[in-house]
Design a protein around this ligand. Structure first.
Ligand SMILES: Cc1cc2nc3c(=O)[nH]c(=O)nc-3n(C[C@H](O)[C@H](O)[C@H](O)COP(=O)(O)O)c2cc1C
Length: 471
Protein backbone atom coordinates (compact mmCIF):
# COMPACT_ATOMS: atom_id res chain seq x y z
CA UNK A 1 0.00 0.00 0.00
CA UNK A 2 1.26 3.45 -0.87
CA UNK A 3 1.94 5.97 1.88
CA UNK A 4 3.24 9.35 0.77
CA UNK A 5 5.26 9.62 3.98
CA UNK A 6 5.36 8.52 7.59
CA UNK A 7 2.62 11.03 8.43
CA UNK A 8 0.16 9.44 6.04
CA UNK A 9 1.01 6.03 7.52
CA UNK A 10 0.33 7.36 11.03
CA UNK A 11 -2.98 8.90 9.90
CA UNK A 12 -4.04 5.50 8.52
CA UNK A 13 -3.10 3.78 11.79
CA UNK A 14 -5.14 6.38 13.68
CA UNK A 15 -8.20 5.63 11.53
CA UNK A 16 -7.78 1.91 12.17
CA UNK A 17 -7.26 2.32 15.94
CA UNK A 18 -3.77 0.81 15.58
CA UNK A 19 -1.83 3.44 17.47
CA UNK A 20 -1.55 4.87 20.99
CA UNK A 21 -0.28 8.37 21.70
CA UNK A 22 1.90 8.83 24.78
CA UNK A 23 2.87 12.31 25.96
CA UNK A 24 5.60 13.31 28.40
CA UNK A 25 7.80 10.20 28.30
CA UNK A 26 11.56 10.50 28.62
CA UNK A 27 14.17 9.26 26.13
CA UNK A 28 15.99 7.77 29.07
CA UNK A 29 14.56 4.21 29.08
CA UNK A 30 10.89 5.25 29.31
CA UNK A 31 10.24 5.27 25.55
CA UNK A 32 11.91 1.85 25.28
CA UNK A 33 10.06 0.29 28.20
CA UNK A 34 6.67 1.68 27.09
CA UNK A 35 7.34 0.27 23.62
CA UNK A 36 8.00 -3.17 25.08
CA UNK A 37 4.86 -2.98 27.26
CA UNK A 38 2.79 -2.07 24.18
CA UNK A 39 3.98 -5.13 22.26
CA UNK A 40 2.18 -7.26 24.87
CA UNK A 41 -1.10 -5.30 24.78
CA UNK A 42 -4.02 -6.63 22.78
CA UNK A 43 -3.50 -5.62 19.14
CA UNK A 44 0.16 -4.80 19.91
CA UNK A 45 -0.38 -1.13 19.03
CA UNK A 46 2.14 1.19 17.46
CA UNK A 47 3.11 4.01 19.83
CA UNK A 48 3.56 7.66 18.93
CA UNK A 49 5.53 9.57 21.56
CA UNK A 50 4.86 13.32 21.65
CA UNK A 51 5.90 16.12 24.00
CA UNK A 52 8.97 14.07 24.83
CA UNK A 53 10.73 15.31 27.96
CA UNK A 54 13.22 18.02 26.96
CA UNK A 55 11.87 18.42 23.40
CA UNK A 56 9.29 20.80 21.98
CA UNK A 57 5.78 19.47 21.34
CA UNK A 58 5.56 17.92 17.88
CA UNK A 59 9.05 16.37 17.84
CA UNK A 60 7.87 12.79 17.88
CA UNK A 61 9.10 9.18 17.95
CA UNK A 62 7.06 6.35 16.41
CA UNK A 63 7.66 2.73 17.50
CA UNK A 64 6.22 -0.76 17.02
CA UNK A 65 5.33 -0.25 13.38
CA UNK A 66 5.41 -3.91 12.33
CA UNK A 67 4.86 -5.75 15.59
CA UNK A 68 1.34 -6.70 14.55
CA UNK A 69 0.04 -8.54 11.48
CA UNK A 70 -2.59 -5.88 10.64
CA UNK A 71 0.12 -3.25 10.15
CA UNK A 72 2.44 -5.69 8.45
CA UNK A 73 -0.25 -6.49 5.88
CA UNK A 74 -0.98 -2.81 5.39
CA UNK A 75 2.64 -2.12 4.43
CA UNK A 76 2.99 -5.25 2.32
CA UNK A 77 -0.32 -4.67 0.54
CA UNK A 78 -1.85 -8.00 1.58
CA UNK A 79 -5.59 -8.34 2.30
CA UNK A 80 -6.48 -8.60 5.99
CA UNK A 81 -9.11 -11.29 5.26
CA UNK A 82 -6.55 -13.90 4.13
CA UNK A 83 -5.43 -16.57 6.60
CA UNK A 84 -1.73 -16.44 7.56
CA UNK A 85 -0.94 -19.26 5.18
CA UNK A 86 -2.90 -17.68 2.33
CA UNK A 87 -1.19 -14.36 2.99
CA UNK A 88 2.25 -15.96 2.84
CA UNK A 89 1.48 -17.77 -0.44
CA UNK A 90 -0.04 -14.60 -1.93
CA UNK A 91 2.96 -12.47 -1.13
CA UNK A 92 5.48 -15.14 -2.12
CA UNK A 93 3.86 -15.35 -5.56
CA UNK A 94 3.81 -11.57 -5.81
CA UNK A 95 7.51 -11.51 -5.06
CA UNK A 96 8.11 -13.84 -8.00
CA UNK A 97 6.80 -11.13 -10.29
CA UNK A 98 9.09 -8.56 -8.72
CA UNK A 99 10.12 -5.76 -11.07
CA UNK A 100 12.02 -2.84 -9.54
CA UNK A 101 10.20 0.50 -9.73
CA UNK A 102 12.90 3.16 -10.15
CA UNK A 103 12.84 6.18 -7.85
CA UNK A 104 11.65 9.51 -9.24
CA UNK A 105 13.67 12.68 -8.69
CA UNK A 106 11.52 15.60 -7.55
CA UNK A 107 12.20 19.30 -7.06
CA UNK A 108 10.10 19.76 -3.95
CA UNK A 109 11.53 17.89 -0.97
CA UNK A 110 9.70 18.35 2.34
CA UNK A 111 12.82 17.05 4.13
CA UNK A 112 14.60 20.27 3.11
CA UNK A 113 12.20 22.47 5.11
CA UNK A 114 15.12 22.98 7.50
CA UNK A 115 18.79 22.62 6.56
CA UNK A 116 21.65 22.96 9.04
CA UNK A 117 25.19 22.91 7.65
CA UNK A 118 28.67 22.56 9.15
CA UNK A 119 28.86 24.08 12.64
CA UNK A 120 25.09 24.57 12.75
CA UNK A 121 24.59 20.81 12.91
CA UNK A 122 23.33 19.76 16.33
CA UNK A 123 22.19 16.16 16.62
CA UNK A 124 20.89 16.87 20.12
CA UNK A 125 17.93 18.72 18.55
CA UNK A 126 16.24 15.37 17.89
CA UNK A 127 15.45 12.64 20.45
CA UNK A 128 17.94 9.74 20.64
CA UNK A 129 16.41 7.24 23.07
CA UNK A 130 18.29 4.89 25.32
CA UNK A 131 16.11 1.88 24.55
CA UNK A 132 17.29 -0.98 26.81
CA UNK A 133 18.74 -0.91 30.30
CA UNK A 134 22.21 -2.13 29.36
CA UNK A 135 22.56 -0.11 26.16
CA UNK A 136 25.89 1.70 26.10
CA UNK A 137 24.38 4.89 24.70
CA UNK A 138 21.49 6.54 22.88
CA UNK A 139 20.53 5.10 19.52
CA UNK A 140 18.76 5.49 16.20
CA UNK A 141 17.78 1.92 15.36
CA UNK A 142 15.45 2.03 12.31
CA UNK A 143 17.49 3.95 9.78
CA UNK A 144 17.59 3.74 5.98
CA UNK A 145 21.20 4.43 5.05
CA UNK A 146 22.16 5.45 1.52
CA UNK A 147 25.70 4.93 0.16
CA UNK A 148 27.18 4.90 -3.35
CA UNK A 149 29.65 2.27 -4.58
CA UNK A 150 32.67 4.36 -5.64
CA UNK A 151 33.46 2.63 -8.95
CA UNK A 152 30.10 1.74 -10.49
CA UNK A 153 27.95 4.39 -8.77
CA UNK A 154 25.56 1.67 -7.56
CA UNK A 155 23.28 3.07 -4.82
CA UNK A 156 22.80 0.82 -1.81
CA UNK A 157 20.46 1.21 1.14
CA UNK A 158 20.71 -0.78 4.37
CA UNK A 159 19.38 -0.32 7.87
CA UNK A 160 22.07 0.00 10.55
CA UNK A 161 22.02 1.35 14.09
CA UNK A 162 23.91 4.51 15.05
CA UNK A 163 24.95 5.60 18.53
CA UNK A 164 25.05 9.28 19.54
CA UNK A 165 28.52 10.56 20.49
CA UNK A 166 28.26 14.37 20.31
CA UNK A 167 26.57 17.17 18.38
CA UNK A 168 28.02 16.11 15.01
CA UNK A 169 29.45 12.62 15.63
CA UNK A 170 27.81 9.21 15.65
CA UNK A 171 29.12 5.68 15.40
CA UNK A 172 27.65 2.86 13.30
CA UNK A 173 27.27 -0.83 13.73
CA UNK A 174 27.35 -2.38 10.25
CA UNK A 175 27.71 -6.16 10.14
CA UNK A 176 30.61 -7.51 8.12
CA UNK A 177 29.53 -8.84 4.76
CA UNK A 178 26.63 -6.42 4.42
CA UNK A 179 26.75 -4.44 1.19
CA UNK A 180 27.08 -1.19 3.15
CA UNK A 181 30.19 -2.57 4.85
CA UNK A 182 31.71 -3.69 1.54
CA UNK A 183 31.05 -0.23 0.06
CA UNK A 184 32.53 1.81 2.94
CA UNK A 185 35.67 -0.34 2.89
CA UNK A 186 36.15 0.42 -0.82
CA UNK A 187 36.45 4.13 0.05
CA UNK A 188 38.68 3.40 3.02
CA UNK A 189 41.05 1.30 0.88
CA UNK A 190 41.60 4.45 -1.20
CA UNK A 191 42.19 6.46 2.01
CA UNK A 192 38.88 8.30 1.55
CA UNK A 193 35.79 8.79 3.70
CA UNK A 194 32.56 7.17 2.60
CA UNK A 195 29.74 9.69 1.96
CA UNK A 196 26.52 8.66 3.66
CA UNK A 197 22.91 9.86 3.98
CA UNK A 198 20.89 8.47 6.89
CA UNK A 199 17.10 8.73 6.77
CA UNK A 200 15.48 8.54 10.20
CA UNK A 201 11.82 8.21 9.22
CA UNK A 202 9.86 7.96 6.00
CA UNK A 203 7.25 5.73 4.36
CA UNK A 204 7.87 2.35 6.12
CA UNK A 205 8.30 0.56 2.75
CA UNK A 206 11.82 1.98 2.50
CA UNK A 207 12.79 0.67 5.94
CA UNK A 208 11.58 -2.80 4.96
CA UNK A 209 13.53 -2.62 1.71
CA UNK A 210 16.63 -1.40 3.56
CA UNK A 211 16.38 -4.28 6.03
CA UNK A 212 15.97 -6.92 3.32
CA UNK A 213 19.08 -8.81 2.19
CA UNK A 214 18.78 -7.99 -1.49
CA UNK A 215 21.61 -9.28 -3.69
CA UNK A 216 24.59 -7.03 -4.45
CA UNK A 217 23.67 -4.62 -7.23
CA UNK A 218 19.90 -4.62 -6.53
CA UNK A 219 18.16 -1.35 -5.82
CA UNK A 220 16.41 -0.95 -2.47
CA UNK A 221 14.70 2.14 -3.87
CA UNK A 222 13.45 -0.11 -6.69
CA UNK A 223 12.22 -2.68 -4.16
CA UNK A 224 10.46 -0.08 -2.00
CA UNK A 225 8.85 1.42 -5.13
CA UNK A 226 7.58 -2.01 -6.14
CA UNK A 227 6.29 -2.66 -2.61
CA UNK A 228 4.32 0.62 -2.49
CA UNK A 229 3.22 0.47 -6.14
CA UNK A 230 4.72 3.87 -6.99
CA UNK A 231 8.25 5.26 -7.33
CA UNK A 232 9.91 6.54 -4.17
CA UNK A 233 10.39 10.30 -4.55
CA UNK A 234 14.03 11.30 -4.14
CA UNK A 235 15.94 14.56 -4.05
CA UNK A 236 19.68 15.31 -4.12
CA UNK A 237 21.45 15.50 -0.77
CA UNK A 238 22.82 18.93 0.11
CA UNK A 239 26.26 17.68 1.16
CA UNK A 240 26.64 14.25 -0.48
CA UNK A 241 24.55 14.67 -3.65
CA UNK A 242 23.24 11.17 -2.85
CA UNK A 243 19.60 10.49 -3.73
CA UNK A 244 17.71 10.91 -0.44
CA UNK A 245 14.03 10.16 0.25
CA UNK A 246 12.32 13.50 -0.44
CA UNK A 247 9.49 12.94 2.05
CA UNK A 248 11.78 11.78 4.86
CA UNK A 249 11.37 13.33 8.30
CA UNK A 250 15.11 13.74 8.94
CA UNK A 251 18.19 13.02 6.82
CA UNK A 252 21.69 13.22 8.28
CA UNK A 253 24.45 13.59 5.70
CA UNK A 254 28.10 13.13 6.33
CA UNK A 255 31.20 11.00 6.06
CA UNK A 256 31.97 7.58 7.47
CA UNK A 257 35.64 8.18 8.32
CA UNK A 258 38.29 5.49 7.80
CA UNK A 259 39.16 3.71 11.09
CA UNK A 260 42.58 5.43 11.28
CA UNK A 261 40.82 8.83 11.45
CA UNK A 262 39.02 8.17 14.69
CA UNK A 263 37.11 5.48 16.52
CA UNK A 264 34.67 5.51 19.44
CA UNK A 265 33.29 2.68 21.54
CA UNK A 266 30.02 1.43 20.06
CA UNK A 267 27.60 -0.71 22.09
CA UNK A 268 26.44 -2.67 23.83
CA UNK A 269 22.93 -2.60 22.36
CA UNK A 270 19.92 -4.88 22.95
CA UNK A 271 19.96 -6.70 19.62
CA UNK A 272 17.46 -8.62 17.51
CA UNK A 273 18.94 -11.92 18.73
CA UNK A 274 17.58 -11.07 22.20
CA UNK A 275 21.09 -10.48 23.62
CA UNK A 276 23.73 -7.80 23.90
CA UNK A 277 25.89 -10.10 21.74
CA UNK A 278 27.98 -7.47 19.95
CA UNK A 279 29.30 -6.08 23.24
CA UNK A 280 31.13 -2.74 23.31
CA UNK A 281 34.04 -2.27 20.93
CA UNK A 282 35.77 0.50 18.98
CA UNK A 283 34.17 1.41 15.66
CA UNK A 284 34.94 4.11 13.06
CA UNK A 285 33.03 7.35 13.55
CA UNK A 286 30.65 9.12 11.19
CA UNK A 287 30.84 12.92 11.03
CA UNK A 288 27.57 14.66 10.19
CA UNK A 289 28.04 17.66 7.88
CA UNK A 290 24.42 18.56 7.21
CA UNK A 291 21.12 17.93 8.92
CA UNK A 292 17.89 18.13 6.93
CA UNK A 293 14.52 17.91 8.67
CA UNK A 294 10.86 18.69 8.35
CA UNK A 295 9.06 20.90 10.81
CA UNK A 296 8.08 18.79 13.84
CA UNK A 297 9.99 15.73 12.64
CA UNK A 298 8.99 12.18 13.54
CA UNK A 299 11.78 9.69 14.28
CA UNK A 300 11.06 6.09 13.36
CA UNK A 301 12.20 3.60 15.99
CA UNK A 302 12.03 -0.16 15.60
CA UNK A 303 13.95 -1.33 18.67
CA UNK A 304 14.33 -5.08 18.96
CA UNK A 305 12.51 -6.52 21.98
CA UNK A 306 12.12 -10.18 22.81
CA UNK A 307 8.76 -11.47 21.57
CA UNK A 308 8.02 -8.23 19.71
CA UNK A 309 8.51 -9.67 16.23
CA UNK A 310 5.33 -11.18 14.83
CA UNK A 311 6.11 -10.70 11.16
CA UNK A 312 5.33 -13.48 8.73
CA UNK A 313 5.55 -11.61 5.44
CA UNK A 314 8.81 -9.86 6.15
CA UNK A 315 10.39 -10.75 2.88
CA UNK A 316 13.45 -12.67 4.05
CA UNK A 317 11.52 -15.94 4.55
CA UNK A 318 9.81 -15.50 1.24
CA UNK A 319 13.04 -14.53 -0.51
CA UNK A 320 14.65 -17.71 0.87
CA UNK A 321 11.65 -19.68 -0.42
CA UNK A 322 11.85 -18.08 -3.85
CA UNK A 323 15.63 -18.58 -3.98
CA UNK A 324 15.08 -22.31 -3.42
CA UNK A 325 12.49 -22.45 -6.18
CA UNK A 326 14.69 -20.44 -8.55
CA UNK A 327 17.36 -23.09 -8.05
CA UNK A 328 14.82 -25.60 -9.32
CA UNK A 329 14.10 -27.21 -5.96
CA UNK A 330 10.58 -28.51 -6.09
CA UNK A 331 7.86 -29.09 -3.48
CA UNK A 332 8.80 -26.36 -1.01
CA UNK A 333 5.65 -26.11 1.10
CA UNK A 334 6.64 -23.37 3.56
CA UNK A 335 9.54 -21.45 5.07
CA UNK A 336 9.50 -20.03 8.58
CA UNK A 337 12.49 -17.75 8.99
CA UNK A 338 12.53 -15.99 12.31
CA UNK A 339 14.02 -16.10 15.77
CA UNK A 340 17.49 -17.07 14.51
CA UNK A 341 16.49 -20.35 12.88
CA UNK A 342 15.02 -21.48 9.60
CA UNK A 343 12.34 -24.15 9.25
CA UNK A 344 11.58 -25.46 5.78
CA UNK A 345 8.71 -27.78 5.03
CA UNK A 346 8.96 -29.96 1.89
CA UNK A 347 7.08 -32.74 0.16
CA UNK A 348 9.97 -35.13 -0.41
CA UNK A 349 10.31 -36.27 -4.00
CA UNK A 350 13.57 -38.28 -3.88
CA UNK A 351 16.27 -39.45 -1.45
CA UNK A 352 18.51 -36.53 -0.46
CA UNK A 353 15.84 -33.90 -1.22
CA UNK A 354 15.88 -32.57 2.35
CA UNK A 355 19.66 -32.12 2.46
CA UNK A 356 19.73 -30.49 -0.94
CA UNK A 357 17.17 -27.93 0.25
CA UNK A 358 19.11 -27.21 3.46
CA UNK A 359 22.40 -26.70 1.62
CA UNK A 360 20.73 -24.53 -1.02
CA UNK A 361 19.29 -22.28 1.71
CA UNK A 362 22.73 -21.98 3.30
CA UNK A 363 24.31 -21.07 -0.03
CA UNK A 364 21.78 -18.36 -0.85
CA UNK A 365 22.06 -14.67 -0.07
CA UNK A 366 18.50 -14.00 1.13
CA UNK A 367 18.90 -15.35 4.65
CA UNK A 368 21.26 -15.41 7.60
CA UNK A 369 20.59 -18.84 9.05
CA UNK A 370 22.15 -18.42 12.48
CA UNK A 371 22.56 -21.92 13.97
CA UNK A 372 19.79 -24.25 12.82
CA UNK A 373 18.10 -25.23 9.61
CA UNK A 374 15.29 -27.69 10.28
CA UNK A 375 13.67 -29.54 7.37
CA UNK A 376 10.25 -31.11 7.98
CA UNK A 377 7.69 -33.00 5.90
CA UNK A 378 4.68 -31.38 4.31
CA UNK A 379 2.27 -32.53 7.04
CA UNK A 380 4.14 -30.34 9.54
CA UNK A 381 3.19 -26.67 9.75
CA UNK A 382 6.52 -24.80 9.89
CA UNK A 383 4.87 -21.94 11.82
CA UNK A 384 3.66 -24.31 14.56
CA UNK A 385 6.70 -24.87 16.74
CA UNK A 386 5.02 -27.64 18.76
CA UNK A 387 4.51 -29.61 15.55
CA UNK A 388 8.05 -28.86 14.39
CA UNK A 389 9.60 -30.12 17.64
CA UNK A 390 7.34 -33.17 17.60
CA UNK A 391 8.76 -33.97 14.15
CA UNK A 392 12.33 -33.38 15.39
CA UNK A 393 11.70 -35.65 18.37
CA UNK A 394 10.11 -38.45 16.36
CA UNK A 395 11.53 -38.39 12.81
CA UNK A 396 15.12 -37.29 13.27
CA UNK A 397 17.70 -39.89 14.21
CA UNK A 398 20.55 -37.85 15.71
CA UNK A 399 23.15 -40.39 14.63
CA UNK A 400 22.25 -40.19 10.96
CA UNK A 401 20.06 -37.11 10.44
CA UNK A 402 22.18 -34.28 11.85
CA UNK A 403 24.91 -32.50 9.90
CA UNK A 404 27.07 -29.58 10.79
CA UNK A 405 28.12 -27.00 8.25
CA UNK A 406 31.24 -25.18 9.41
CA UNK A 407 32.81 -21.74 8.82
CA UNK A 408 29.46 -20.28 7.74
CA UNK A 409 28.75 -16.54 7.52
CA UNK A 410 27.90 -14.87 10.80
CA UNK A 411 28.64 -11.52 12.41
CA UNK A 412 29.75 -9.98 15.62
CA UNK A 413 26.33 -9.64 17.22
CA UNK A 414 26.09 -13.45 17.24
CA UNK A 415 25.74 -14.11 21.02
CA UNK A 416 27.39 -17.55 20.73
CA UNK A 417 30.51 -16.38 18.89
CA UNK A 418 33.38 -16.68 21.38
CA UNK A 419 35.39 -13.57 22.20
CA UNK A 420 38.60 -15.09 20.79
CA UNK A 421 36.95 -15.28 17.35
CA UNK A 422 35.37 -11.82 17.60
CA UNK A 423 38.65 -10.23 18.65
CA UNK A 424 40.43 -11.41 15.48
CA UNK A 425 37.51 -10.60 13.19
CA UNK A 426 36.66 -14.26 12.55
CA UNK A 427 32.90 -13.82 12.20
CA UNK A 428 32.19 -17.39 11.11
CA UNK A 429 30.08 -19.90 12.88
CA UNK A 430 28.51 -23.34 12.39
CA UNK A 431 25.00 -24.32 11.39
CA UNK A 432 23.34 -27.61 12.30
CA UNK A 433 21.09 -29.10 9.67
CA UNK A 434 18.34 -31.11 11.32
CA UNK A 435 16.68 -33.44 8.89
CA UNK A 436 13.37 -34.08 10.66
CA UNK A 437 11.71 -35.67 7.62
CA UNK A 438 10.68 -39.30 7.50
CA UNK A 439 13.49 -41.28 5.81
CA UNK A 440 12.56 -41.19 2.14
CA UNK A 441 13.54 -44.77 1.29
CA UNK A 442 11.19 -46.31 3.86
CA UNK A 443 8.58 -43.60 4.08
CA UNK A 444 5.79 -46.02 3.16
CA UNK A 445 6.74 -48.20 6.14
CA UNK A 446 7.04 -45.28 8.58
CA UNK A 447 4.26 -45.62 11.18
CA UNK A 448 1.27 -43.49 10.23
CA UNK A 449 0.48 -40.60 12.55
CA UNK A 450 -2.53 -40.81 14.83
CA UNK A 451 -3.91 -37.57 13.42
CA UNK A 452 -7.59 -38.00 12.60
CA UNK A 453 -8.21 -37.45 8.89
CA UNK A 454 -9.67 -34.16 7.67
CA UNK A 455 -12.55 -36.12 6.19
CA UNK A 456 -13.51 -37.84 9.46
CA UNK A 457 -13.08 -34.59 11.39
CA UNK A 458 -15.42 -32.81 8.98
CA UNK A 459 -18.08 -35.53 9.23
CA UNK A 460 -17.77 -35.54 13.03
CA UNK A 461 -18.04 -31.77 13.20
CA UNK A 462 -21.22 -31.87 11.12
CA UNK A 463 -22.80 -34.54 13.34
CA UNK A 464 -21.43 -33.67 16.80
CA UNK A 465 -20.03 -30.17 16.61
CA UNK A 466 -23.12 -28.46 17.96
CA UNK A 467 -23.42 -30.85 20.90
CA UNK A 468 -19.81 -30.04 21.82
CA UNK A 469 -20.29 -26.31 21.51
CA UNK A 470 -23.48 -26.48 23.58
CA UNK A 471 -21.73 -28.71 26.05
C1 LIG B 1 15.10 -2.20 11.93
C2 LIG B 1 16.36 -2.87 11.46
C3 LIG B 1 17.56 -2.64 12.13
C4 LIG B 1 18.74 -3.25 11.68
N1 LIG B 1 19.90 -2.98 12.34
C5 LIG B 1 21.09 -3.44 11.83
C6 LIG B 1 22.34 -3.02 12.39
O1 LIG B 1 22.41 -2.27 13.34
N2 LIG B 1 23.47 -3.48 11.80
C7 LIG B 1 23.45 -4.35 10.74
O2 LIG B 1 24.52 -4.73 10.24
N3 LIG B 1 22.28 -4.78 10.21
C8 LIG B 1 21.10 -4.34 10.72
N4 LIG B 1 19.90 -4.73 10.17
C9 LIG B 1 19.91 -5.69 9.07
C10 LIG B 1 20.37 -5.07 7.78
O3 LIG B 1 19.75 -3.82 7.57
C11 LIG B 1 20.01 -5.98 6.59
O4 LIG B 1 20.70 -7.21 6.71
C12 LIG B 1 20.30 -5.32 5.26
O5 LIG B 1 19.92 -6.19 4.24
C13 LIG B 1 21.75 -4.96 5.08
O6 LIG B 1 21.84 -4.24 3.88
P1 LIG B 1 23.11 -4.22 2.94
O7 LIG B 1 23.55 -5.67 2.72
O8 LIG B 1 22.61 -3.58 1.70
O9 LIG B 1 24.17 -3.44 3.63
C14 LIG B 1 18.72 -4.13 10.58
C15 LIG B 1 17.50 -4.37 9.92
C16 LIG B 1 16.33 -3.74 10.35
C17 LIG B 1 15.05 -3.98 9.61
Amino acid sequence: MKFYDLREFIATLQKLGQIKVVEGASCDLEIGAITELATDLEGHPAVLFDSIKGFPEGNRVLTNIISDTVRERLIFGVAQELSDREAVIFFKNRLKQYEPVDPKEVGLAPVKENVLRGDEVDLGRIPWPKWHERDGGRYMCATSVVTREPDSGYINIGSYRFMFINKNTIVAHIGSGHNGDVIRKKYWEKGKSCPVAISLGQDPALLLAAGTNLPWGSSEYGFAGWLRGEPVEVARGEYTDLPIPATAEVVLEGDMLPPDQGEEIEGPFGEASGYYGGGARPAPVTKIRSMLFRNKPIILGNPPFLGGDRTILYSRALLVWNELETLGLENIMGVNYSGCRTIISIKQAYPGHAMRVAHAALGGTAGYHARFIIVVDEDIDPYNLDEVFWAVATRCDPETSLDISRRTWSYKIDPRLPEEKKSVGNYTSSVAIIDACRPYHWMDKFPPTTKISEELLKKTEEKWGEVLRRG
